[in-house]
Design a protein around this ligand. Structure first.
Ligand SMILES: [Zn+2]
Length: 196
């Protein structure tokens, strides 16, 4: 099992001020960004996120952390064609309204069968959730890739599935309401192995 971590600091306009860890290989931006860290410094974090729902969710989470000065942790899944990978994202407040994002690889399992590499294409028939990796084909429910009836679609339009959208909304509300959010986990992963 290979662990990896990427962390970065943004200012209150989401400009990347500092990057550490393995940005180049990171799961950020749906695995779609091949930008190198020295080229992305002082660009907007949001410009590296492929789809609008994920961009909006990232912004909502970071703004809740800034406003409440409380850390938010949320579990998400970002696979490669060979690996089912679970990450923990921690968003932490810093001084001057800056925010630190830490993405930690928590678990990686090899798929029994390697998928072909998918790529993002806006408007594609197949949707893929950037937070749990589930796929929605026309007229089918959201399905984790490992239990798809057919092959993984080659082109997908990244978005957030309704479950993940709800989970993120709940994590943001919990933070803003002062409830202890704990770690919000994706379906298919139990609470074991997550930090408390
Ligand atoms: Zn999802």
């Amino acid at each position: 099992m290979k662990f990896q971590q990427v962390y970065f600091v943004v200012d209150d306009s989401f400009r990347l001020l500092w990057i550490g860890g393995e940005w180049d290989e990171s799961a950020l931006a749906n695995g779609g960004s091949d930008a190198r860290s020295n080229e992305v410094l002082s660009t907007s974090l949001l410009s590296h996120i492929t789809d609008e729902p994920t961009r909006r969710a990232t912004q909502a989470m970071a703004e809740a952390v800034q406003d409440t000065q409380t850390a938010l942790r949320i579990d998400y899944r970002c696979d490669s064609p060979t690996l089912k990978r679970r990450y923990l994202m921690t968003i932490q407040p810093m001084k001057d309204n800056r925010v630190l994002f830490v993405h930690d690889l928590r678990d990686a399992q090899t798929f029994p069968v390697t998928f072909s590499q998918w790529r993002h294409q806006p408007g594609a028939d197949a949707l893929k959730c950037s937070f749990c990796c589930s796929v929605s084909l026309p007229d089918t429910d959201w399905t984790p890739p490992e239990v798809l009836a057919g092959p993984h679609p080659d082109v997908v339009d990244f978005t957030l599935c309704p479950d993940c959208e709800a989970r993120i909304t709940e994590a943001v509300s919990a933070l803003r309401d002062g409830r202890k959010p704990g770690v919000s986990t994706t379906s298919g992963y139990g609470p074991e192995g997550t930090a408390s």
